[in-house]
Each structure stands twice: as structure tokens, then as C-alpha cells.
Ligand binder design. Structure first.
Ligand code: ZN
Length: 109
């Protein structure tokens, strides 16, 4: 479960950013193609924050749909997985969105 390592990094970054302030909420953006499971992150977040400054922090997850662009005709399309193909018949699709995980917002008091 690589989500645990990812969540640990997120918690570390947030703690460093907060610099002692109380963190109320953390918003994450998780791309559909990032191979990261939001439910697993939620679970790991509770585990990782226990006993830290982020204990009790609300975790909000925004899922970002995948988007791809055809390298042959330039057409953009929704991409649910890496097996997407274009209406022009090409399977040479470049992923343009939904591949990343990032911390979007952090609310502190
Ligand atoms: Zn195409």
C-alpha cells in the first residue's frame, strides 16, 4: 500500500507549513490516473496524524478526472485509464490531466 508513504509525506509537509499553527482542514487533489486510492489516503491520514499537530484535521479530497490529448489529431478526451484511444483511431494519447496528487489548500487558525 503505497498510500501510507504518500500520506506520511503529506502530513510532514503540512506540519512544516503550519509551523505550530492549528490545521483545521487539508484539501488534496487526487487525479483519477494517479493510481492513488482516495479511501486509502483517508484511512492512512487518520493513522498518520494521530498524536501529531494534525490530529483531528479534516481531510477533504477532490478527485480530478483524467484527460488525454491525441498526438496525431490533437483532439482532447476524457481518460479513465491509460488504455484510452482517440476517435481518429490513434492510441498515441498523451495524458494532460489527472495524473498527479497535490495539496490544494490548507486551512489554519
Ligand atoms: Zn486523434
Amino acid at each position: 500500500m503505497h498510500e501510507l508513504g504518500i500520506t506520511q509525506s503529506i502530513v510532514e509537509i503540512c506540519s512544516a507549513q503550519a509551523a505550530g499553527a492549528r490545521v483545521i482542514r487539508v484539501t488534496l487533489e487526487i487525479g483519477k490516473l494517479s493510481a492513488v486510492l482516495p479511501d486509502a489516503i483517508r484511512f492512512c491520514f487518520d493513522v498518520c496524524t494521530q498524536g501529531t499537530e494534525l490530529d483531528g484535521t479534516q481531510l477533504q479530497i477532490v478527485e480530478v478526472p483524467g484527460r488525454g490529448r491525441c498526438r496525431r489529431c490533437g483532439c482532447e478526451m476524457c481518460m479513465d485509464d491509460f488504455l484510452a484511444s482517440c476517435t481518429c483511431g490513434s492510441i498515441d494519447i498523451q495524458c494532460v490531466a489527472g495524473e498527479t496528487l497535490r495539496i490544494k489548500e490548507m486551512e489554519v487558525v
